[in-house]
Design a protein around this ligand. Structure first.
Ligand code: GLU
Length: 282
């Protein structure tokens, strides 16, 4: 059986979109055209009786724009302040767009402690379950306003895989500024070859991760995407990396078409989400 044939049957889907796919590169301002299509696609998936969770970046980038801070600013305290402003702005926009389709967006902000602490993890899982039962669409981000080095996930690629694992998702879709996995960085190496399907994440595949992306915003390179693939596939979740340049790609993926790179789930008995998260960034 072609592994893509199992995609249309998926019931619980986590979609991750990075800052560079939601904002205009020059200004950090939201790309409303893309956001509108993204939200419509998510509502359409939800209307097919599937659970949808969105992991959205963009808080810091949008906050910088609102507060007239240069997009290249790195100071933690400034980024935290920008996140406080930008996250609210981001959610206001999502609430408005989702309500246009009679859907309800809900916000969940997480840190590493949400996973490591037993009670926090229990509460977070229950909240996801309850929201999905009520038909709401949870929108997740890292709690950038209070997250510092010790408690931060560091990037939303890993966060989305952790969320997928936490809620027992069937599929994780990472929408990025690249078509999927290549044997080398296609922006630098001309004969880099595209890899449409990864059955198992071995060392050779992990080595294909590059530390940087072409974008000035966001923190995820291919390296973090492969880390996410490890978390997802070891937790029994199929994962697809695809290009966010056209958000309509979502329904094409859900139709089971050969788009992006698919990483096959293979539940790993030895994989422990808690200790994985505990050891992140160390
Ligand atoms: N959480 C950050 C934000 O919303 C982005 C992290 C990432 O892009 O991976 O601005």
């Amino acid at each position: 059986m072609n592994p893509r044939e199992r995609i249309p049957e998926k019931k619980r889907i986590v979609v991750k979109v990075g800052s560079s796919s939601l904002t205009h590169a020059q200004t950090g301002g939201l790309d409303y055209t893309k956001l509108e299509v993204l939200v419509r696609e998510l509502c359409d998936i939800n209307n097919q009786d599937k659970d949808v969770i969105l992991v959205s970046s963009g808080a810091i980038s949008v906050g910088k724009r609102v507060l007239h801070i240069d997009q290249s600013e790195k100071a933690i305290s400034v980024k935290q302040a920008c996140a406080a402003v930008g996250q609210a702005r981001l959610m206001m926009t999502y609430q408005k767009l989702f309500s246009e389709y009679n859907h309800t967006a809900a916000q969940i902000l997480m840190t590493k402690n949400t996973i490591i602490d037993d009670l926090n993890r229990f509460n977070a899982r229950n909240t996801f379950e309850e929201l999905l039962k009520l038909g709401a669409i949870p929108i997740v981000n890292e709690n950038d306003t209070i997250a510092t080095y010790e408690i931060e996930f560091g990037d939303n690629d890993s966060l989305s895989a952790i969320v997928a694992s936490l809620v027992g998702a069937d599929l994780l879709i990472l929408l990025s500024d690249i078509d999927g996995l290549y044997t080398d960085d296609p922006r630098k190496v001309k004969d880099a070859e595209f890899i449409p399907y990864v059955e198992r994440l071995d060392e050779k595949i992990m080595d294909m991760g590059k530390a940087s992306t072409g974008s000035a915003v966001g923190t995820g390179g291919m390296n973090t995407k492969l880390q996410a693939a490890k978390i997802a596939t070891c937790s029994g979740v199929d994962m697809i990396i695809a290009n966010a340049s056209d958000m309509h790609i979502l329904h094409r993926i859900m139709d089971g078409r050969e788009i992006g790179t698919m990483f096959a789930a293979h539940e790993d008995e030895g994989f422990d989400l808690l200790s994985f998260v505990e050891n992140m960034n160390q």
